[in-house]
Design a protein around this ligand. Sequence first.
Ligand code: ACO
Length: 320
Amino acid sequence: MLARIMGTGMAIPKLRVTNDDLAKIMDTSDEWITERTGVKARHLAVEEGTSSLAIEACKKALDNAGMDAHELDLIIAATVTPDHLLPFLSGEVQAGLDAMQAAAFDMVVGCSGYLYAISVANAYVKSGMYRNILIFGAETLSRIMNWEDRSSCILFGDGAGATVIKASEEGVICSVLGTDGKAGPALGCEARPLQNPYVHNEWDYPYVKMAGQEVYKFAVRTVPRSINEVLDKAGISADEIKYFVIHQANLRMIEAIAKRLGQSMDKFPACIQETGNVSAASIPMVLDKINREGKLERGDKLVFAGFGAGLTWGASVLTW
Ligand code: ACO
């Protein structure tokens, strides 16, 4: 059996912040941001938290799948910005959904989190250990952005995207995953420093630090390569793929990836214009967009692919 997506959902905070809004509080412009990234607006959490956004997205995904939370036997969260270190996010969501017979755990793989999570879900389904799995990415990245660093904070937004998976004859055909820990410092965020009776460290709030151009080059090189690799493994050509659902990091990057694959941009749906980069939530968010627009038909072949902190990357080919 394979992991098949039965339903999708997403949630974003109420507060919508346009590029012009940002230009009022920092030295930037709508023109610069749009030209370099394609982002026009992002939603930032003020009243919401990672768990409330996740619960909303997951309820919508369950509803879309026509499934009850009690049927779930596993919940996997992908996040780098949970509301608490403990209890972890997937446990909070399990309680919020009242999915009390599901096991739950979090995965911390940056923007590649959803890609790693779906490959893990597929492995569980293939092994026969679990059949009904909820996977979601949820982030409030705004809490770890340096709002004084205009080259990074303008890119990101908050939100959640969820998918409900069921064991089925068709579903995820195969996946490839990769990590280059040596390149990790290109995109980092400090944790709390050591603090105990024997060591004292001053500390400030941790913020994301990103070498933007390095990450850009890495992504444009790695994502097409991993897509070609997963397609080869599946024995499917790029022309047979209806949509390439790519991590929404930068629209220019998605255009460069489409060009390298020799595929039309019409096959690369996007939500980044309205959401910014929402890390692990971005792939299920775009998927939900096209699902609700009625653009998916059972039997369609899709590719999910992306990259992120670690540095990491991943791609899956699947039957919708
Ligand atoms: N508004 C106006 N000017 C700006 C801004 C801004 N928001 N940010 C930077 N600038 C200026 C810089 O000061 C610099 O000016 P200078 O030439 O006078 O020194 C100039 O614009 C160019 O700055 P760079 O930082 O070199 O800009 P770059 O062309 O690299 O674009 C960007 C920056 C958009 C971040 C790009 O590097 C990028 O998209 N990289 C990929 C980042 C990414 O995808 N990260 C997430 C991946 S992983 C994940 O999703 C967690």
